[in-house]
Design a protein. Structure first.
Length: 302
């Protein structure tokens, strides 16, 4: 199995671990701007505002980091000049996505929140960019089936393919990993993505339209990225026996029992894998989800 260069891999794992810790602290914020969960599906307007919420987050992430780290900082971190220049292009794309979605929503559009990201230098920024772009791809992919308006669906698909290009470039050219996870990407549902995004949102305007999504309790794993077939520890608020960890890889879900706060990583996992704790060992729903998602980054064999 091909692995990231040790220093790069450690940096990605450190960012994922920091993210997991942030999630535990910020999930309470999510409940402040989420509407009570309802069983009926979201409307197209709510889905577009969900997408806009994610685009605001990415826009702030890139614009803030580029304002903080100039070309000299990227050079001192060991990056060639074209890396920051490409990140400037990605930042412009995210700003364009915000303008596009906000324009389509008009007076119904949500507004930007306040954010906190755990990067400290260009290296950790690049590692977190890899995580966020991957989540963005899974978010749009998971939302596609719920969009009723075909024009909205096409617009979302146009953004999805761009986010996928970002994810591949950041993972391979910048972080020296694989440009893809395999033949199929992982779709995540609204609450799973909302849970991941909530880790970076500290507050939102009270006038923002409430979204019918909720954030699940945080899930922390140790080590942050183990080896398939090895045992890891899991930490979350809930029972650690009689439940399962569901691993999402492509369009497949593999369930493994949790015992004494430990679980074995399934063999054969590769690329980006997401996982949640579920009370059901054969299917995952919002009602069976106990905590998560957690994010794993495995190598992809050549």
């Amino acid at each position: 199995m091909t692995k990231l260069r040790e220093s790069d891999g450690q940096r990605v794992r450190r960012v994922i671990m920091i993210y997991s810790r942030l999630a535990a602290g910020f999930l309470a914020i999510g409940s402040a701007f989420a509407a009570p969960l309802v069983k009926r599906g979201p409307t197209d307007i709510q889905i577009l505002n969900y997408a806009l919420t994610l685009e605001y987050l990415e826009d702030n992430f890139y614009s803030g980091a580029l304002a903080k780290f100039d070309a000299a900082a990227f050079e001192a971190a060991g990056f060639p000049s074209w890396v920051r220049e490409r990140f400037e292009q990605i930042a412009a794309h995210e700003a364009a996505h915000v303008a596009f979605l906000a324009g389509a929503l008009g007076s119904s559009a949500t507004t930007a929140c306040d954010y906190s990201f755990p990067y400290t230098d260009p290296k950790s920024f690049a590692a977190l960019s890899m995580v966020l772009e991957g989540v963005g791809v899974s978010a749009y992919l998971g939302a596609a089936a719920s969009i009723a308006n075909k024009e909205y669906l096409t617009a979302a698909g146009s953004i999805l393919t761009t986010e996928s290009r970002h994810a591949s470039w950041v993972a391979s050219a910048v972080n020296m990993g694989s440009p893809w996870s395999g033949a199929l990407d992982v779709p995540l549902d609204f609450n799973q993505v909302f849970s991941l995004a909530s880790a970076f949102i500290t507050s939102c305007p009270s006038t923002n339209p409430a979204l019918p999504f909720k954030a699940f309790p945080a899930l922390t794993v140790s080590p942050a990225t183990g080896t398939p077939g090895s045992e890891i520890s899991v930490t979350y608020n809930g029972a650690t026996d009689g439940v399962f960890m569901a691993f999402y890889s492509g369009l497949s879900t593999v369930f493994m029992p949790i015992s004494g706060g430990k679980v074995t990583l399934p063999k054969g996992l590769e690329g980006t894998v997401y996982a949640v704790v579920s009370t059901n060992g054969t299917a995952v729903t919002d009602d069976t989800t106990v905590a998560g998602p957690a994010i794993f980054e495995f190598g992809v064999p050549l």
